[in-house]
Design a protein around this ligand. Structure first.
Ligand SMILES: Cc1cc2nc3c(=O)[nH]c(=O)nc-3n(C[C@H](O)[C@H](O)[C@H](O)COP(=O)(O)O)c2cc1C
Length: 138
C-alpha cells in the first residue's frame, strides 16, 4: 500500500529516511566528489546505484518545473573514475544522472584491458597520468 506524504512513519522508517537525508546532505555540502568504480555487466555496481538513489532527491538535487527538470547541484565538481575491460568511451548511467542534477561532471576511464591484456600496464599508466592532470585543475 502506498503511504501518502502525511502518513505516520514507524521509528525504523524515520531512521532510514534520516540516514538517506544524511547522505544527500553530505553530497551537497562536499566541495568536490570523486566516484571510482568498476563496470559490471554494462552497469555500475549495485552499491553505487543504491548510493545514487539515496543521494539524489527531488527538491534537493533537482526540481521539476513547468519547463522540465532543473538541476540544483550548482556546478558541484564531480569526478568519475571507471574501470572497464571493454571500450565504451565512458558512457554509463553515472554520467546521465550527474549531468541531470547540474554538476560539473568529468569522467576518466581506464578501459580495454580485456581486449588486449598485454596492454594493461600501459593503459593503467595512461589513466594515472590523466587522473593526475585532472586532479591539478579539479
Ligand atoms: C562480474 C563482472 C562483470 C563485468 N562486466 C563487464 C562489462 O560488462 N563490461 C566490461 O567492459 N567489463 C566488465 N567487467 C570487467 C571489469 O569492468 C574490469 O575488469 C575492471 O577493471 C574491474 O575492476 P577491478 O579489476 O578493480 O575489479 C566485469 C567484471 C566482472 C568481475
Amino acid at each position: 500500500m502506498f503511504a501518502g506524504e502525511n502518513a505516520e512513519l514507524t521509528a525504523s522508517q524515520k531512521d532510514k529516511l534520516a540516514r538517506f537525508a544524511g547522505f544527500t546532505d553530505q553530497f551537497l555540502s562536499a566541495d568536490k566528489v570523486v566516484i571510482a568504480n568498476p563496470m559490471y555487466n554494462l552497469m555500475i555496481p549495485a552499491e553505487l546505484k543504491s548510493w545514487v538513489d539515496t543521494v539524489n532527491v527531488a527538491g534537493k538535487t533537482f526540481k521539476y518545473t513547468a519547463e522540465g527538470p532543473v538541476g540544483l547541484a550548482n556546478g558541484k565538481k564531480v569526478l568519475h573514475l571507471q574501470a572497464n575491460g571493454g571500450v565504451y568511451g565512458a558512457q554509463d548511467p553515472v554520467s546521465a544522472i550527474f549531468n541531470f542534477i547540474g554538476s560539473d561532471f568529468r569522467q576518466i576511464a581506464v578501459e580495454g584491458h580485456a581486449y588486449d591484456p598485454e596492454k594493461t600496464e600501459e593503459l593503467l599508466a595512461e589513466f594515472i597520468k590523466k587522473v593526475e592532470l585532472e586532479a591539478q585543475a579539479f
